[in-house]
Ligand binder design. Sequence first.
Ligand code: SAH
Ligand code: SF4
Length: 390
Amino acid sequence: MNAPITQDVLTLPRKLPDSGRVNIVGLTRDQLRQALIDAGTPEKQAKMRVGQVWQWVYHWGVRDFAQMSNLAKDYRALLADRFEITLPEIVTRQISSDGTRKYLVRIAGGHEVETVYIPEEGRGTLCVSSQVGCTLTCSFCHTGTQKLVRNLTAGEIVGQLMLARDDLGEWPEPGAPKDETRLVSNIVLMGMGEPLYNFDAVRDAMRVCMDNEGLSLSRRRITLSTSGVVPEIARTAEEIGCQLAVSFHATTDEVRNILVPINKRWNIATLLDALRDYPRLSNSERITFEYVMLAGVNDSDEDAHRLVDLIRGIPAKINLIPFNEWPGAPYKRSSNNRIHAFADIIYKAGYASPIRTPRGEDIMAACGQLKSATERGRKSRAEIAAEAAG
Ligand code: SAH
Ligand code: SF4
């Protein structure tokens, strides 16, 4: 496809034997406080020490305790003895002709996930993974053909943001004037995996990202995308409070059962009930309905009319995603004319209906194309068929 693509294979640091040290990255403030106390920090000082370490790690991006100059030397040595500040490793980085960067990231155990950075005018979005593979089997999604290998830890989720900032050179320079423009200004939990099936780690990670004395991304700049894990939606509002996107993709249960098989567990009506409460519970403005455009499957005028009828009363934006094809995919992308006609019906009904521009297609970095290279986790055709049927 489009040239030029660059791909660097970075040299990996040799894997050290498990150090037995506690990794600070991904601990919540409470967990860090307890860990510091367990390591011998006097309880009375613990809160202050958390604040200091937190700023070094998440505001300044420091990885070495020796640089934490407002801590006494022997305390720094104690920290270095008991803790580490480690991120997952970038194995490869591909840069698309449109500037999108796709990182293949290796986590403990040798598993791999993908993280994508999408630069835009005046902002930039990082698409973060929450699981290696996925338990679900949405029939249009490449990740869905891969078995769940494991959940990511909170540290591995926050680590994706930190390594992207490393790669983009985005940590502040001490003493330099504060730069308000951020390269990574937004996070979307739209990489590999279903974030609501890894709730606790995702929640803790997002709390670390939102903390004002550190990475300080506001909850309005974080969007969690779910296929519709209904029982976790209210908790998402209450415990994370981020923006919500939902992979809607169909307007009848019959079609949604095939595209998003979790619909057989929680159907469209049940999902919509949970979504109706979300804006109030999370104090957020509107929900994003993601709708992948599949030729001849879900893209008729009738579908567009049914869609606006279904979501009436919910403050919403409908994000139309031209299907990103992957090798062996069972669907085709709807034509541009069809997508525009569909968008027009939604727009006339009073909803914003942006058509998402596919980014990073030449490096297979677009939505739903992510898949780790770990072939041993591949689902068999029989498993996919069984899940879809049953
Ligand atoms: N598991 C979560 C988040 C990851 S998928 C979810 O399903 O919402 C992020 C978005 O990409 C979802 O809306 C998903 O439906 C969409 N997607 C998956 N495969 C796609 C493809 N091949 N083309 C376009 N969008 C796709
Ligand atoms: Fe999993 Fe989301 Fe892909 Fe469905 S669309 S298989 S939930 S990653």
